[in-house]
Every structure is written in structure tokens, then in C-alpha cells.
Design a protein around this ligand. Structure first.
Ligand code: UT7
Length: 321
């Protein structure tokens, strides 16, 4: 018994900001952003919210998998940027999609969130506790972005992706997950609800990042964790059709491919269109690849995430649709 992705969906805000729009806010240029990150534009919420995008992506994933909302046992929303604190985003999604029989909660693991969410789903499904799980990554990072900081505001975007994961017969691949709280200062954001928030310098209430530090962490740890997950499951690297990585920076993806000595064509990217959407980036990309026909039954995929915490992880899955 394993957890199989039976359907995907995504939800992207209508409004876009291209690099020239960013260059009106901070000292930067389209050329610099494209060269150093690969990002060309990002979608930014106006009317949409983290919850509305999550519900929209969830509805599409349910439709794609032919699942009725009442058949969902668990809704897991990974987010660091919900518009609601109470009730949790997952309960709001439940209300909007009518998944009346689901248990619902949110998880906070930033850009590793979808991978950790999939791992949690895998554990629940393989032990028989639940049979149908909606794993959603939804982010409105524009609310946490310091639009005066060129080191971060060039990177991030908003959006949501969802996957219906069901208990089915198939190979169970052990995922690999890691966290290193001792390195947490590399990527931080203090809650605006902190008791002393009013006394804090404004920038602390937005994301602050040691860009170079996170970059170096990613290019070392991501190939390593992919190696670990392949080794643990005795899967040769050549058997993997797609490496679906968290979409943080084109140069990170290229460096990971190089270190793994795997062809870059196996590393799909859509960060040029969406920027870094944290926990939403992997399910948005999977959904795009499913819709444009790149994903085919019988293919093997590695998903790998990394980010604040610091945290990182990878999982292997068989695509069966
Ligand atoms: O989702 C997971 C979390 N985040 C990440 O994965 C992000 C990982 N890090 C990165 O993607 C990159 O470090 C950044 C894109 C954030 C920055 O790129 P970089 O190549 O690491 O630039 P840098 O910080 O080393 O700065 C290089 C130069 C500096 O100038 P000097 O000191 O060489 O004269 C910066 O002041 O580029 C300058 N710079 C900029 N120039 C124009 C930094 N940001 C900008 C900018 N526009 N936006």
C-alpha cells in the first residue's frame, strides 16, 4: 500500500508583476533578475487570498481525480502566509469545498511544505488511518515581502497547488526528511502578532534572508537528499524521469542537476512565470506538467523541497494516471 497522486489542481492570481515593475520599487533591473534568478514575472494576489486559492486548487484536483468532496478524509494545507489564523486555512477550505467528512489542519514548513505534506499523507495512507487526502500548498508571499528589499522582493510570488493522494496498491518508497533549526536565522519573518511587534524594526515583520547562505545550503543539501532517497530505495538515478524541485532560483536547479550528473531536461522549471511560491511551487509545477501531457503513466518522479527552518526533503513517486 502506498500514497498515489490521483489528481492535481492549481490556482494562480490574475495580476502579474514583471521585473520592470519591480525595478520601479527597488534598484534592480530585468537583466539582473533574469540572470541571477531566472524569474521574469510573478503573479500577485488582489482579490484572491491564501484560502480562496487553496479551495480553487483543491476543487480542480478533486475534479481531476474524480473524487467527491465527501470522500476526502484529511485536508492538509501547507502555508506560511494564510489570511486566517483561526480557524485554520484547511478548515476554511473544507467549508468552501464541502468536504464535510475531512479532518483538517495546517502545517508550517515553508518551501519544504509540500514535500513534508506528501510524506505525512504517505504515512497516514500506508498505516490505514485515512484513504483519501488533499495535500495543498498555498501562499500569498506578497503579504510577507518587504517591497523595499531588493534581496528578497525580486524572488517571491503567490499561488496554490493541490494534489489528491489516495491509498493504492503500489511500491512504497521511503521518503527522506531533514530539519536544522540551528540554521534558522538564514530565513526569518517575525509574526506581526508578537507581543513586541510594535517595537520591532519594520523589516523584521517581513521576510529577511541570507540569500547567499540559503543558496549554498540548497546546492549542497538538495543533491545530497536526492542521493539519500535514491539509495534508501535502491532506485538507480537513471530510472528517474523527472526531478520536480522547489522553484527557488534557476541557478539552484541547474547546480543540482550538475551535481547529480543528470540531464537538465529532466528538471522542469516554471519559476520564470511564478517566481518562488514556497510550498505551492511543486504542486503548481506537477499540475502544469499533468495538464500539458509531460507526465505519463509509468514515469518515476523525485520531488525535492528546501527552505526556511532550515528544512529539506525528497520523495520518490510513481505516476500512474
Ligand atoms: O525558497 C527557498 C529560499 N530562498 C532561496 O532559495 C534563495 C536563495 N538565494 C538566491 O536565490 C540568491 O542568493 C539571490 C537571488 C537572493 C541573490 O543572488 P546572488 O547571486 O546570491 O547575489 P548576491 O546577494 O551575492 O549579490 C551580488 C551582487 C551584490 O553586489 P556587490 O556586493 O557584488 O557589488 C548585491 O548588492 O548583486 C547585488 N544585488 C543586486 N543587484 C541588482 C543583490 N540583489 C540585487 C538586485 N538587483 N535585486
Amino acid at each position: 500500500m502506498t500514497g498515489v497522486i490521483c489528481g492535481t489542481g492549481s490556482s494562480i492570481p490574475v495580476h502579474t508583476m514583471d521585473n520592470n515593475d519591480i525595478a520601479k520599487l527597488v534598484e534592480t533591473s530585468d537583466e539582473w533578475i533574469r540572470e541571477r534568478t531566472g524569474v521574469v514575472r510573478r503573479h500577485i494576489i488582489e482579490e484572491e487570498t491564501t484560502v480562496s486559492m487553496a479551495a480553487d486548487a483543491a476543487r480542480k484536483a478533486l475534479a481531476d481525480s474524480g473524487t467527491a468532496p465527501e470522500d476526502v478524509d484529511l485536508i492538509l494545507v501547507s502555508t506560511i502566509s494564510s489570511n486566517v489564523i483561526l480557524p485554520c486555512a484547511a478548515c476554511e477550505v473544507q467549508r468552501q469545498i464541502g468536504a464535510v467528512n475531512a479532518t483538517c489542519y495546517d502545517m508550517s514548513a515553508a518551501c519544504t511544505g509540500f514535500v513534508f505534506g506528501y510524506c505525512a499523507a504517505l504515512a497516514y495512507l500506508s498505516c490505514g488511518m485515512y484513504r483519501t487526502i488533499l495535500v495543498i500548498g498555498s501562499e500569498s508571499l506578497s503579504n510577507l515581502t518587504n517591497w523595499k528589499d531588493r534581496g528578497t522582493c525580486i524572488l517571491f510570488g503567490d499561488g496554490a497547488g493541490a494534489a489528491v493522494v489516495k491509498a493504492e496498491e503500489g511500491t512504497f518508497y521511503q521518503p527522506v526528511t531533514h530539519s536544522a533549526g540551528s540554521l534558522g536565522d538564514a530565513l526569518t519573518c517575525t509574526s506581526r502578532h508578537a507581543r513586541n511587534a510594535a517595537q520591532l524594526p519594520e523589516e523584521e515583520l517581513y521576510m529577511q534572508m541570507d540569500g547567499r547562505g540559503v543558496f549554498q545550503f540548497a546546492v549542497r543539501r538538495v543533491p545530497e537528499v536526492i542521493g539519500e532517497v535514491l539509495e534508501k530505495n535502491q532506485v538507480p538515478i537513471g530510472d528517474i524521469d523527472w526531478f520536480v524541485l522547489h522553484q527557488a532560483n534557476r541557478r539552484i536547479v541547474e547546480a543540482v542537476a550538475k551535481r547529480l550528473k543528470a540531464p537538465l531536461e529532466k528538471f522542469p522549471m516554471n519559476l520564470q512565470e511564478y517566481g518562488n511560491t514556497s510550498s505551492a511551487s511543486i504542486p503548481i509545477l506537477l499540475d502544469e506538467m499533468r495538464r500539458d501531457g509531460r507526465l505519463k503513466a509509468g514515469q518515476k518522479i523525485v520531488i525535492a523541497g528546501f527552505g526556511a527552518g532550515l528544512s529539506w526533503g525528497a520523495a520518490i513517486l510513481d505516476w500512474t494516471k
